[in-house]
Design a protein around this ligand. Structure first.
Ligand SMILES: C[S@@+](CC[C@H](N)C(=O)[O-])C[C@H]1O[C@@H](n2cnc3c(N)ncnc32)[C@H](O)[C@@H]1O
Length: 253
């Protein structure tokens, strides 16, 4: 079975960010269910708004790659963007459709593998993708497709995982060091033990190279909840972004 089929199987089981510890006993896809998901998301990832800057793109044509539960997609709709979205799973497309409908919005959503985007060249003002591209078997192919469908001067905005981070060290400690296999590399443990099989993570330099077809590339590490989890607050408060799991990306075609 291909990596992307396994990735699809993993996320068909439940859209990203809809775990039981977040939604509790609320009814599936009810207003309260979606509100808990939204509240949790921006509590643990508060920097999403300053990276995405949703409200700058009123009236613009925005494609989101990997919509998940549609929480960021809702922010694009609220900002008045013309919304398009793709995801590998029916689960994400159905959940995002319901999420937007609850607030009176619609989007053009399709279930596709983003390695081949079903859009003409030079179509979008913005392509946005948060925590998605590194799950694909061929991230470079998705980046090339994003570049192709962006208009000249269009923006890619997104996030991919950073390889050297406290979150990585946590995964490595649990699955390599404590299993008596300290020779396992960071890339190997992330590939096998973070979310779906095949997850990748990169250095800022590697990402800059992957996006080198773009006219400008900015890649900035962010220290996250996933790095700080379980640490006393007097330590987590002083941790530098350089030790962070997320790399925020902004590129111009
Ligand atoms: C970690 S979730 C992130 C979802 C959402 N962007 C968020 O931040 O909550 C990864 C999502 O990417 C989708 N995905 C993974 N590989 C994909 C691909 N090759 N093409 C399209 N979507 C993909 C998955 O189905 C899943 O919904």
């Amino acid at each position: 079975m291909s990596i992307n089929s396994l990735v699809r199987g993993y996320w068909e089981d439940g859209a990203c960010g809809t775990d039981a510890d977040i939604v509790g006993t609320t009814a599936n896809q009810s207003r309260e269910w979606f509100e808990r998901i939204e509240q949790h998301r921006y509590t643990v990832e508060p920097y999403i708004h300053s990276v995405a800057q949703f409200t700058l793109y009123h009236g613009k044509k925005v494609l989101e790659v990997g919509v998940g539960a549609g929480t960021d997609h809702l922010q694009w709709a609220r900002a008045g963007a013309q919304c398009f979205g793709v995801d590998l799973t029916d689960e994400a497309i159905e959940t995002t459709t319901a999420h937007l409908a609850l607030h009176g919005f619609e989007s053009n959503l399709q279930r596709v593998d983003a390695e081949t985007l079903p859009f003409e060249d030079d179509t979008f003002d913005v392509v946005y993708s948060w925590g998605v591209i590194h799950h694909s078997d061929a991230p470079e192919r998705i980046i090339s497709e994003i570049h192709r469908v962006l208009k000249p001067g269009g923006r890619f905005i997104g996030m991919m995982y950073g390889r050297y981070s406290l979150a990585t060290l946590r995964v490595w400690t649990k699955n390599a060091l404590l299993k008596g296999k300290p020779w396992r590399s960071f890339s190997d443990v992330l590939y096998h033990h973070v979310e779906s099989l095949g997850t990748k993570a990169y250095t800022v330099r590697e990402l800059a190279k992957m996006f080198s077809k773009f006219r400008t590339v900015s890649a900035r590490k962010i220290i996250t909840y996933y790095d700080k989890k379980g640490l006393p607050s007097f330590i987590s408060r002083i941790l530098p972004d350089d030790m962070g799991w997320f790399v925020a990306l902004r590129s111009t075609k």
